[in-house]
Design a binder for this molecule. Structure first.
Ligand SMILES: *[C@@H]1O[C@H](CO)[C@@H](O)[C@H](O)[C@H]1NC(C)=O
Ligand SMILES: *[C@@H]1O[C@H](CO)[C@@H](O)[C@H](O)[C@H]1NC(C)=O
Length: 239
């Protein structure tokens, strides 16, 4: 068994090496329940496992356009960074082309924040499939193209607006759930993932991601309990 799983790992690694230039999984989501509704293309993933507290997903490597901004206030940094990336996709690039918006938009947030000093935040837009392998160079030197490696992430979702304090609450909730099951993850940073434009008022969807390190730990599956109204429909009728 061990031999075979080692062989599979080696074959997997070789396949990975040769597939680095293959298309990342970006496209039209066919899931009827998808929250990725505002852009033509989204980053697709494989669901490894799911529970009430968090999901575990696998994302293949993909190319993004990224910039960093520094501020005392997260929302100020993100606004400035958003303007720079928006300029890139609306023509501030060497080819002068307009590039369609995609989802999600990722914000990279360091876990250790300097006390009473400005902090650096990263913002990334996913490049659409047509630009994955030939994205034009940004003309703004503070904007750069970046490949994010293949990764597994722990995900918690929430509605409403992804303002600074709210996303921190959900990051803490996810961290607590992961620590409870002794899951290991990258503790240097997390991502806030946004799927909606500010114009969308209802059914907004946001996420917090922690990057899995080591083997992913699936969430405990909660068994339906008679006291929980959410599960009433699962109860058998009384004899
Ligand atoms: C994406 O899927 C939706 C729903 O199935 C469909 O209406 C739309 O035309 C598709 N868009 C593309 C670009 O394939
Ligand atoms: C995971 O489960 C939750 C409910 O527990 C559900 O809302 C969510 O859509 C599921 N995620 C996926 C990708 O199916």
């Amino acid at each position: 068994m061990l031999f075979f799983s080692k062989m599979i790992c080696i074959v997997g690694a070789v396949v990975l090496l040769f597939s680095i230039t293959a298309d990342a999984r970006i496209g039209n989501s066919t899931e009827p329940t998808s929250y990725c509704t505002e852009t033509e293309e989204c980053l697709l993933f494989d669901l490894i496992c799911n529970g009430t507290e968090y999901e575990v997903r696998h994302y293949e490597a993909a190319k993004w356009v990224t910039t960093e901004e520094k501020s005392m206030f997260k929302d100020v940094a993100i606004m400035k960074a958003f303007k720079k990336l928006f300029n890139y996709i609306t023509g501030e690039n060497e080819a002068g082309v307009k590039i369609p918006m995609t989802a999600p938009v990722l914000i990279k947030v360091k876990e250790e924040m300097p006390f009473l000093e400005p902090a650096v935040y990263g913002l990334s837009f996913l490049l659409p499939s047509a630009y994955q392998d030939n994205a034009p160079k940004p003309t703004d030197s503070t904007v750069h193209l970046e490949e994010m490696t293949d990764m597994k992430v722990y995900v918690i979702s929430y509605g409403g607006w992804m303002v600074g304090p709210v996303s921190t609450i959900y990051a803490d909730l996810l961290k607590k759930a992961l620590d409870n099951v002794k899951a290991t993850y990258n503790t240097d940073y997390h991502y806030d993932a946004g799927y909606n434009s500010p114009m969308k008022l209802l059914n907004r969807h946001n996420e917090v991601w922690y990057v899995v390190s080591g083997a992913p730990v699936c969430p405990h599956v909660e068994h339906p309990s008679p006291s929980s109204p959410a599960h009433l429909s699962l109860q058998k009728p009384e004899d």
